[in-house]
Write a protein that binds this ligand. Structure first.
Ligand code: UGB
Length: 601
């Protein structure tokens, strides 16, 4: 488009809008203005579109020019089918494998708890979870039906338990900052959820929301910015990925403030894994012991599963330990002379441990790294081509970035490693709706559904009891809407009780729990010194109360789980599980006064 035409096109607009028009034309995006009527017409629509373009220009580091230049470069490489890891030699990285309950686990956990009040916790919760079919934000999904707590409530409960455990050990009154990264799609819902529940017990000002922006969608590899299918006045945008968290934290100035307040570690995690926090104390301990700049929580990875592998890449004497996404791992291995590609080793798992997007970063080195890099993670593109010669996209592409790519910002020599647990100790995400979960289960892959995550949460809580010597019977496996789960016996212990496995172990003696039972303990200080449970028991107590259950026998009709006849409301967490709880009979022990209470009958 001629520059005189542009001047004419924008003659009725103010100087900011005129500058934006000039920018779009200079960036070869004049198609966005091609449908504009003459000056004086549709002025509001023109202003709105230009305001959106300005917002997109401001939210990407380096602006739209940098975004499009980078896209052009990456799209050309994708079209040529280039392997971004060509020339790298893959190796198994350095890390520690911790068995739940082992001396090494308990030792690392205790070291971690001594600094647990000097951590900040960062959740990335900008994703919409379309695959789940849930109507609300993912943080509002009930993580478990036994008490009905949602993911956000559970996360904050764990953070507060860690904070208290750290304060008790160090006699310092630390307060753990909590960051939640939101997006346009989740921001209001997250704020509302927090406000409606008085921040789930967090102190005023303890929780900060940081909203991520979006990036323009691109309809070809020139690249051409796309507009919405049903509105040519609106630039089509897409999320830029959870890697935005680092630049947002840098812009907020918070990491430096935390450093000055004595915070040592940052714990990054995602929004729908109810097991995340059970591995956090031991992971913090390993970070302390190994002086890790970044320490990823990993699990044994099944070859072919949709989880990245953590790999140490060696090239020309330089080493980089990083997550390699599952779609890139196989080509990387084959190109490096491993013709079997993404295959199991003798243990049956991939030799490269599975990334679960939970990691601990040293704040001191983080602040230095952000100062140097602005926290801008190198982005990538993953276009879905409509044809074999890669000339057309099946749907608009966009640049993305991932938070676990943080090692790319670190200086050579930085200490990057992992802490590995069994999957059942730290990872069971909620990502798929019922039918996809059933399909994955049949294929031998982790179903990652609301039902399986809930079952895994109870299984881990049962494991706390059995590790402490309790006899916990095995419950039946049943299918609900095609997804098989073993929900019983339902055990849910308070986060204060499970924050330290070492301190939990001596709390349990002579405990027997039948296969059809339910045990919910919502109290910070409980001792189970003789309990036979065949039914449902709920223990609740106010802070400051110590409850000693001594020689108690509870037999009642208990609880039952029934298949949900029909899932109607998609914002009801039961709809994505396929079952509901029926509480026939429950023994409730409710302590409302502080002090010691012995319950025998
Ligand atoms: N998220 C955001 O906050 N903003 C965004 O723009 C996008 C996402 P997914 P992903 O642990 O199972 C990762 O989509 O990224 C939040 C690893 O790459 O669930 O596809 C979103 O709300 C992969 O290696 O995961 O895959 C959610 O909380 C694998 O290990 C979080 O980011 C996999 O996780 C994660 O988003 C895994």
């Amino acid at each position: 488009m001629q520059s005189s035409n542009i001047e004419n096109l924008a003659v009725d607009l103010d100087s900011d809008d005129q500058a934006t028009v000039r920018l779009l034309v200079a960036l070869d995006q004049s198609h966005l203005l091609a449908h504009w009527p003459p000056p004086g017409e549709a002025t509001e629509k023109k202003r709105r579109m230009l305001a959106q373009a300005r917002e997109l220009d401001a939210s990407y580091p380096g602006g739209l020019r940098r975004y499009l230049d980078r896209a052009r470069e990456l799209l050309a490489a994708a079209r040529r089918g280039e392997n971004p890891y060509a020339g790298n030699e893959p190796h198994v990285p350095h890390g520690r494998q911790l068995t739940f309950g082992s001396d090494e686990f308990l030792g690392a956990e205790e070291v971690g708890l001594s600094v647990a009040n000097r951590c900040a916790f960062i959740a990335v919760a900008g994703g919409l979870g379309e695959r789940l079919g849930f109507g609300g934000i993912k943080l509002a999904i009930r993580a478990e039906v036994a008490t009905g707590s949602c993911f956000l409530q559970r996360y904050l409960g764990h953070v507060l338990a860690l904070q208290r455990a750290g304060n008790a050990r160090s006699r310092v009154n630390g307060r753990a900052p909590v960051i939640i990264m939101t997006s346009d799609g989740t921001h209001t819902g997250t704020r509302r959820l927090l406000e409606e529940h008085r921040f789930f017990g967090a102190a005023p000002g303890q929780v900060t929301l940081l909203k991520q922006g979006k990036v323009p969608a691109l309809s070809d590899d020139r690249p051409t910015i796309a507009t919405s299918v049903d509105d040519s006045w609106h630039i089509k945008t897409k999320p830029h990925g959870h890697g935005d968290i680092h630049a947002l934290l840098h812009q907020s100035g918070l990491p430096r403030q935390w450093l000055n307040q004595g915070v040592r570690w940052l714990v990054f995690h995602q929004d729908t894994n109810p097991l995340t926090f059970y591995g956090v104390p031991a992971t913090l301990g390993v970070s302390e012991q190994e002086f890790f700049d970044m320490n990823s929580v990993v699990v044994p990875r099944r070859p072919g599963e949709a989880a990245g592998g953590v790999v140490r890449l060696e090239q020309a004497g330089r080493s980089l330990t990083i997550n390699v996404e599952y779609n890139q791992l196989d080509p990387l291995l084959r190109a490096a002379g491993h013709p079997e590609g993404d295959a199991p080793d003798a243990s049956g798992s991939s030799p490269y441990p599975g990334n679960i997007n939970v990691f601990v970063i040293s704040l001191e080195s983080y602040v230095r790294t952000l100062d140097r890099t602005g926290g801008v993670i190198p982005d990538f593109v993953n276009p879905k081509y409509a044809d074999s010669d890669r000339s057309r996209f099946a749907s608009p592409a966009r640049l993305e970035c991932m938070m676990q790519d943080y090692p790319k910002l670190l200086e050579p020599g930085a200490r990057v490693g992992f802490t590995q647990f069994e999957r059942g100790v730290c990872f069971s995400a909620v990502k798929n709706g019922l039918s996809e979960a059933a399909r994955r289960q049949k294929a031998g892959l982790p179903p990652e559904s609301a039902a399986t995550a809930e079952a895994d949460l109870y299984a881990l809580n049962r494991r706390y009891l059995s590790t402490a010597g309790a006899v916990v019977e095995t419950g039946p496996t049943r299918a609900y809407s095609g997804v098989e789960v073993e929900l019983f016996p339902i055990v849910l212990l308070s986060q204060e009780l499970t924050v330290s496995l070492a301190e939990f172990l001596p709390r349990v003696s002579n405990v027997r729990i039948s296969a059809r039972s339910t045990l919910v303990i919502d109290a910070a200080d409980v001792v189970l010194d003789g309990l036979v449970l065949d039914g449902a028991l709920v223990v609740r107590a106010v802070p400051g109360a110590r409850v000693v259950i001594r020689g108690l026998v509870v037999r009642n009709r208990g609880w039952e789980v029934t298949e949900l006849e029909e899932a109607t409301d998609s914002s009801d967490s039961r709809a994505i599980r396929g079952y509901d709880f029926v509480r026939h009979e429950t023994r409730l022990i409710e302590i409302t006064e502080p002090g010691e209470h012995i319950v025998q009958t």
